[in-house]
Design a protein around this ligand. Structure first.
Ligand code: AMP
Ligand code: GLY
Length: 423
């Protein structure tokens, strides 16, 4: 089989490494991939959002199956376009990807179908939004409606900060059209859990739970990033919480999307907060999370490609998806200064290891792998217990070298504290 994977980060590297295990795979093309992915797939310099070029490439190479990993091409409708020319794809159609593409859509869906989430109001006009934040409870959370590279969420600790955020989104258009509508919502508290799931619209099969570490610095300080590390499983996702989520969130969401004529087939990501009043949805993503995928897929025992193809065919069964009982930890090695300003182009030396996922690196003219992005590598280890997985991941980072490398030193610390409280 000839496979095409759209995207070029650490998540896509993890997906490609898992797909490669299927013996029927002859070749994997990565569009655009990256210099590290080039070890595992043939990289093709076509951007993930260049829809006509991707479709033409897929037809020329007679691709048998495509995986669309990032949010932008999904929201733009790449799956619809590939399907229209007869290429089966993993990923939701455009009308289902809206669950991530529009926060207003997602919030209204949850309200209509009684799915627990933070209370909210939506606004399309600046004056009404400003009026609302004059006397709403503080802190308050302000979200741009559309995709904003993960940056469209502001947690305002003061009324002035809330007003500034509303003005920046709705009047200064700092997130472009994404800020034409905003959601203003209740600030929730509690541990966060990421649950990726496979769904074909009939059944929903949660993958092993995970925990992201979004802030740049130790102790959850500093700016929000794409994610500085992950662990799995997430100790806050107990069997009781899991059962509640299935009944109150996962199944109702799948049914709601069917009801709306927007059947979701692909990976639906539930960003959850476990509040004192039970689990609530913070966000939906229409795709695998990054860097959650870098801890989830290494623990998947089933064949990823077969599971994906069953999702596309609508024949998924819960037994198709099996996970190991081990734990995993992924430490992101970033460029010093990320997520703001950082230098690139430093040579990387690292061991040949199937669990080091390359996110921001390219080959230079001399053929060396050099840094090319903020998040450079996701260094993952698995082990029978979480403390061992964390130790092993950090031990592995010591064998990786590039100038200006930066990482958090406390990935998994909160999870370990939660486990020791339980014991
Ligand atoms: P999102 O892009 O929607 O995942 O939001 C980014 C981060 O902001 C989340 O991972 C949470 O840590 C935080 N966040 C979003 N919504 C809320 C909320 N209603 N209450 C508290 N924190 C939130
Ligand atoms: N790690 C969060 C996300 O992929 O959106």
């Amino acid at each position: 089989m000839k496979i095409m994977v759209i995207g070029g980060g650490g998540r896509e590297h993890a997906i490609i490494k898992a797909i490669r295990k299927n013996p029927d795979v002859e070749i994997i093309y990565a569009l655009p991939g990256n210099g590290g992915i080039a070890r595992d797939a043939q990289i093709v310099p076509i951007a993930a959002t260049a829809l006509p070029e991707i479709v033409a490439f897929a037809q020329e190479k007679q691709i048998d199956y495509a995986v669309v990993a990032p949010d932008d091409p999904l929201v733009l409708g790449l799956v619809d376009e590939l399907t229209a020319v007869g290429i089966p794809c993993f990923g939701p159609e455009k009308k289902a990807a809206i669950i991530e593409g529009s926060k207003v859509f997602a919030k209204d869906l949850m309200k209509r179908y009684g799915i627990p989430t933070a209370a909210y109001e939506t606004f399309t006009d600046l004056e009404s939004a400003l009026h609302y934040v004059e006397d709403c409870p503080i802190p308050v959370v302000i979200k741009a409606d559309g995709l904003a590279l993960g940056k469209g969420v502001i947690i305002a600790e003061t009324r002035e900060a809330a007003q500034t955020a509303v003005r920046q989104m709705m009047s200064d258009h700092v997130f472009g059209k994404s800020g034409d509508s905003v959601v203003i919502e209740e600030f929730l508290e509690g541990p966060e859990v990421s649950v990726l799931s496979f769904t074909d619209g009939n059944v929903v099969v949660p993958m092993i739970s995970s925990m992201d570490h979004k802030r740049a610095l130790d102790g959850d300080q500093g700016l929000n990033t794409g994610g500085m590390g992950t662990i799995a499983p997430n100790p806050y996702f107990t069997p009781e919480v899991s059962e509640r989520c299935m009944q109150e969130i996962f199944l109702p969401t799948i049914r709601a999307m069917n009801e709306e004529g927007r059947t979701f087939r692909g990976c639906l990501y539930f960003g959850l907060m476990i509040t004192a009043k039970g689990p609530k949805v913070i966000e939906y993503n229409c795709r695998f999370g990054d860097p959650e995928t870098q801890v989830v897929l290494p623990l998947l025992e089933s064949d990823l490609l077969s599971v994906m193809m069953k999702v596309t065919a609508g024949t998924l069964q819960p037994d198709d998806v099996r996970f190991s009982h081990d734990s995993a930890c992924c430490v992101v090695m970033a460029s010093q200064g990320y997520p703001v300003k950082y230098e690139k182009g430093f040579p990387i030396t690292m061991p040949d290891d199937d669990l080091i996922f390359v996110a921001g690196a390219k080959k230079n003219e001399a053929g060396e792998l050099v840094t090319s992005g903020g998040r450079v590598l996701g260094v993952t280890a698995t082990a029978p217990t979480l403390p061992e997985a964390i130790r092993a991941a950090y031990a592995k980072t010591e064998k990786v070298h590039f100038a200006n490398a930066f990482m958090r030193s406390d990935i998994g610390k909160r999870a370990l504290a939660a486990i020791s409280r339980e014991e």
